[in-house]
Each structure stands twice: as structure tokens, then as C-alpha cells.
Design a protein. Structure first.
Length: 67
């Protein structure tokens, strides 16, 4: 189990190497791109630019499912 955790953390850190100031945000957040809403529970983003996804956008998913 520890080996799997180490491998996963290594992959996360490798993915952040291209970002100058990496940050991680946990919790369901959504971002709208075109006519689709994308969501994730783990966001890795540039700390200088900020996170574009937020919890309020997730309400669009509920509205689209009701139609």
C-alpha cells in the first residue's frame, strides 16, 4: 500500500514540475468550458494564476440534468 501511495505522489509532483508555483485544492469544484461543465475533487493549478474552478459552477450540472 505504501508503494502505491509513493508512486501516486510522485506522479502528482512530476505533473506539477511545469508549473512555477503549484498549488493543490481539494473538494468538488467545477469549471465551464464551452457548453460543458467539468468537475474534479482534486485540482492542481498555478498558484500565481489562481484556480478558475469553483463550487458555484457545479450548480450548472444540476440545472442541465433537470432539463
Amino acid at each position: 500500500m505504501n508503494k502505491i501511495l509513493v508512486i501516486l505522489m510522485s506522479l502528482i509532483l512530476i505533473g506539477c514540475s511545469s508549473i512555477q508555483n503549484p498549488s493543490i485544492s481539494l473538494g468538488k469544484k467545477c469549471v465551464e468550458k464551452g457548453d460543458q461543465v467539468h468537475y474534479s475533487y482534486v485540482w492542481i493549478f498555478d498558484g500565481n494564476a489562481g484556480l478558475q474552478a469553483d463550487e458555484i459552477t457545479c450548480e450548472l450540472i444540476d440545472k442541465k440534468e433537470k432539463k
